[in-house]
Design a protein around this ligand. Sequence first.
Ligand SMILES: *[C@@H]1O[C@H](CO)[C@@H](O)[C@H](O)[C@H]1NC(C)=O
Ligand SMILES: *[C@@H]1O[C@H](CO)[C@@H](O)[C@H](O)[C@H]1NC(C)=O
Length: 449
Amino acid sequence: MSFLSGHAGGSSAIWFLLVLLLRCCLTEKSDGALTVVENGGGGEEATVDDDDDDDDDGDLEVVQPTEQWQTLKPGQAVPAGSHVRLNLQTGQREVRLGEEQLKYWTQEHREEETKTSFSPDELKRAMKKIKEDLNPGAHQDSVGSRYRPLDELKRDMAQLDLLMETDVQIMKRLLEQLNSSDTSPEQRLNILLELEYLVHQVDNAQTLCSMGGLQLILEGLNSSDSRLQESSAFVLGSALSSNPAVQVRAVEKGALQTLLTSLATAPKLGIKKKVLFAMASLLRHFPYAQRHFLSHGGLQVLSELFRTDGSGILRTRVVTMLYDMISEKELMLQAGLDQVQDPAHEERLRQYSEVSLQGKLLEEGWCRLVPTLLQSTEHDCREKALRALLAMAPVCLDQYRSDGSLLGSLLSLRLQYQEMVRSENILGEETSYFTEIVELIEALQRKMK
Ligand SMILES: *[C@@H]1O[C@H](CO)[C@@H](O)[C@H](O)[C@H]1NC(C)=O
Ligand SMILES: *[C@@H]1O[C@H](CO)[C@@H](O)[C@H](O)[C@H]1NC(C)=O
């Protein structure tokens, strides 16, 4: 059972879920570990007339998960089959329905399932009913047959496919389904959604690769169904994020070409956004991929995207991506000044030196393209443009100086933001985002003098 994400196998009937609630709950201990409580302490007998039943059942607060993530408090338990994750921002554990449960969560069960916890009495009644269902007639026999050993109960659950599934098992199952021609597009979309969730964990993303999943995801990018293209790009981008092992495997599998083709041909904005995300994740801190991106016409594809983007959403993302690539290399070169002895660092420097991004930006007309982003009405957009313009200044200065429209934009934006800073000062606010923008504009104007 993984610590960050517990996921247990599915259920097909609410009664069996209730068995798990009572006897096999995933409990959240205050020390933070997820443990399986197998034995409530009162024997395996669970009929209403059970006298020596442990009090634990009364203390156990069971959270009923829904489709939405909810925060778990210490001491709360969740039914097996639920998805449990650690929210890295808040440090708290959260739960929602597991995949199988979501499937089961049909409209007709919604009403009867809206309660957030079950009382011990309800659980016991449910338990009794299950036992009768599992073993019709047996409850009338001798006392011995009424005490069902836990092992037996476990076997019943195993037969009902209710035992815990690890992330690895889940991914194996999902990939098999994805690889099957019997799987419908709707099912594929659900599988991809589930995979996207799983690959946020570095280990899971690497396991996905070793199981051959990367190939299937790349094939999904080639799909004629645009929803599948979009979801596949999303899974790929998440798997690649901050995961060098996956970045290398993806380049080996030809992901760069597939992504470039998708970026150039994708019919919808939604797909382009996700493909761009995957592309940026692939290139990040990976000079080898960056070099091949440039030599395979990556900047032409991006400039086509920039020119045809009516929404402005892609423009900002494209420029941010370029800015990230420039500043990543700059930071590396600066760090190089104090780390001359480290051979790994020298190799990295050598690889970055082969990424001739700045020269290409000049050749491909980006010195004229990026200033047009300043005409946006969004502060965020202008800020990203200013940062990129500053980063590109070493190669673009001559073009900036002869760009009348850029000079005009800078003048009017400077006045506009200075005015906004003044009104903020009157209101007694601290130095703000707008001050930052004024400083960016002034820095650029100084360079252009
Ligand atoms: C998908 O199916 C093919 C042929 O049946 C098989 O060769 C391949 O290994 C499978 N891929 C995965 C990831 O299961
Ligand atoms: C995607 O399609 C292109 C062109 O049809 C093909 O060359 C490429 O191999 C395909 N990629 C995958 C992963 O199937």
